[in-house]
Design a binder for this molecule. Structure first.
Ligand SMILES: [Zn+2]
Length: 620
């Protein structure tokens, strides 16, 4: 991968933007260390760098869960939080109450991290005295991640008197403490966040500090922390940590309470589906631009999106569709539609720093059957056989070579984010170059959508998952919560848009293109001013970076006051670290990398590690 050169006008623009920032932002609140906002490190080094990771105390976590006849939320919470720790590259152990009872593992090894208790039936919790001493004497952080009326530690966690379940569920989430940029400025609705919680009829102990409350009933404590001796306790009065959108919130509250570092991918990918869109020389019902759909696309949408790309340095990853027909049995024709000018133009635009992936021969998801409700939702014809799918895909391959004249696609976006297992195998047969599939991130899959993690595909591990987290031009707080939570967990933005949503009454929220465009620009601007360290990548580049990310073993040691050592081995390319400290401006890199951004309000430093051993310390 070569480093992209900045044209002079862009440098001038950034200098101007920085001057504006310098004038409007109070000093020391946030600092961009590089004057070039589009700092673009290479994806990989020429040679892999290694170091020996010492077998010494380090930032480590224990998930302690109750397995026997507990509620299903207990195991789901365990798996969800384990995934959150894995994504942040935080070493952790998972142990049942029983195993902990037998092994009696010394808790000192988690003193730099946390012990996280999960289970509704916590009366079985063994070694309660040791868990308390882990906090008070060893300075550990003890977290209760699933509310339990029967825990012998409830008063230690700050709950006064006896407690039971609240009759109604709690709804909504409102932060009462600054947790993480963007994330803790949002109010999450009761539709998005509802949970079974404990009644706190006798209240919380005086020293408890509430970090989050519910909206319904308003002000009801959802999350609080308290000091105990030399350590801390944290209580989540909820069952909601089983939900994937809570991953980032969990990681960031934990790091805020205990300090420490995490790894982060540091990438932003902006997708455009339906490329080109079905834009004909007609005026669709919602089109009020006074132009045909085709001309709107050619003269407004494409140039506007390109302007945003130039202004913010973002790059698009688009999915190509050849035909908007519903053919599922051969022959699979290609009929020129008069859109060729647009097609050629868009291909050219994408080749300039973006990526062209495949969205399909046509817009029919690769499925052989649908449930009645899925059929109603998508209205797609099912494919009669794997063979028919393969034939259509091979036609797309031929058309790619004929019409696009660019290297074959390495990324695939399933139409409507729907894909079957057998469809996936046909896809890989037709396009063995494929490196990544981009559908939807960690959804329930209830509407037949293809739900993915940012992990290798379980069936075809050569394909990395680069799912999309958010969608649209105008995002509500609930959507932004997903966006910021994934930044707080993985350091990834993965967002997609449809060109034709502009004319769709359900999806344009009653807004004109000018309004949608300005909302979208505000979103990109908001993200880029908060997270300057998120490097614009294509989906395929993100898949490469993820492979490197997972191959590196990471360990942090902060047993020495005023010093943090990170071990990252094998290190195949620069890796971004996010560090929680009290005063970001007091810290400097001693060796192994560079601080690329600081945020004083949240006590955060972002460091690019370039050597497998990195040392940060308080400046003398
Ligand atoms: Zn589509």
């Amino acid at each position: 991968m070569t480093k992209k050169k900045l044209p002079a006008f862009r440098i001038a623009l950034y200098v101007l933007l920085l001057a504006v920032v310098a004038l409007t932002v109070p000093t020391r609140v946030q600092e961009w260390v590089n004057d070039d906002r589009r700092w673009e490190p290479p994806l990989s080094f020429d040679t892999i760098k290694r170091t020996e990771i010492p077998n010494e105390p380090h930032q480590r976590y224990l998930l302690l869960y109750h397995d026997k006849a507990d509620i299903p939320e207990a195991l789901r919470t365990r798996d969800n939080l384990s995934m959150a720790l894995r994504y942040s590259k935080l070493p952790h152990d998972v142990m049942s109450f029983d195993e902990y009872n037998k092994l009696n593992t010394p808790l000192q090894r988690y003193a730099q991290g946390a012990v996280i208790i999960i289970g509704e039936r916590q009366s079985d919790l063994p070694h309660v005295d040791l868990l308390q001493r882990y906090v008070t004497e060893q300075g550990g952080l003890l977290i209760n991640a699933l509310r339990s009326p029967s825990s012998p530690l409830n008063s230690f966690f700050g709950i006064e008197g006896n407690t039971d379940f609240l009759e109604d569920s709690l709804g909504g989430l409102n932060w009462t403490e600054s947790i993480y940029p963007g994330l803790s400025e949002l109010v999450v609705s009761a539709d998005k966040f509802s949970s079974s919680s404990l009644s706190l009829s006798s209240g919380l102990s005086q020293e408890s500090k509430i970090w989050a409350t519910a909206l319904e009933p308003e002000g009801y404590p959802l999350l609080w922390v308290a000091e105990r001796g030399s350590g801390h306790v944290m209580y989540w009065n909820t069952t909601a940590l089983q939900e994937s959108p809570m991953r980032g919130a969990f990681i960031q509250t934990m790091l805020k309470a205990q300090g420490g570092a995490k790894a982060t991918v540091g990438a932003q990918v902006w997708f455009i589906d339906d490329f080109p869109s079905p834009a004909y020389s007609l005026v669709s019902p919602g089109n009020t631009t006074g132009m045909t759909d085709y001309n709107f696309r050619l003269k407004r949408w494409d140039p506007d999106m390109q302007d945003l790309s130039k202004k913010y340095g973002i790059r698009y990853s688009a999915g190509v569709i050849f035909m908007y027909n519903d053919t599922v049995t051969g022959p699979f024709d290609y009929v020129k539609s008069g859109q060729e000018t647009l097609f050629a133009l868009e291909v050219q635009l994408m080749n300039n720093g973006g990526e062209l992936g495949l969205h399909g021969y046509n817009h029919l998801s690769l499925r052989k059957s649908y449930t009645p409700s899925e059929q109603e939702l998508y209205g797609y014809k099912p494919w009669p056989s794997e063979h028919a799918m393969l034939e259509a895909l091979l036609t797309a391959r031929k058309l790619w070579q004929q019409e696009i004249k660019a290297p074959l696609p390495t990324m695939y976006i399933p139409p409507s984010n729907v894909l079957s297992r057998e469809g996936k195998f046909q896809l890989y047969k037709a396009f063995p170059e494929l490196k990544t599939i981009s559908a939807l991130y960690a959804t329930s899959g209830k509407q037949g959508e293809f739900s993915q993690e940012f992990l290798p595909d379980p069936d075809i591990p050569q394909i990395m998952g680069t799912p999309r987290v958010t969608y649209g031009y105008s995002l509500e707080d609930d959507d932004k919560f997903n966006l910021y939570s994934v930044i707080g967990n993985l350091g990834i933005i993965s967002h997609f848009n449809h060109p034709d949503d502009v004319f769709n009454d359900d999806r344009n929220m009653g807004k004109s293109w000018a309004n949608l465009r300005s909302d979208f620009e505000a979103l990109i601007g908001e993200i880029n001013s908060r997270f300057q360290w998120l490097q614009p990548l294509t989906a395929t580049e993100l898949s490469d970076r993820l492979r490197m990310y997972y191959q590196t073993e990471v360990q942090f040691d902060r047993s020495q006051e005023g010093r943090l050592t990170a071990y990252l081995s094998p290190l195949q390319g620069p890796m971004m670290l996010e560090v929680r400290v009290e005063d970001p401006f007091a810290w400097q890199v001693n060796t192994g990398g560079e601080i690329v951004a600081r945020n004083e309000e949240f006590g955060l430093i972002w460091v690019e590690a370039r050597e497998p051993k990195l040392v940060l310390e308080v400046a003398k």
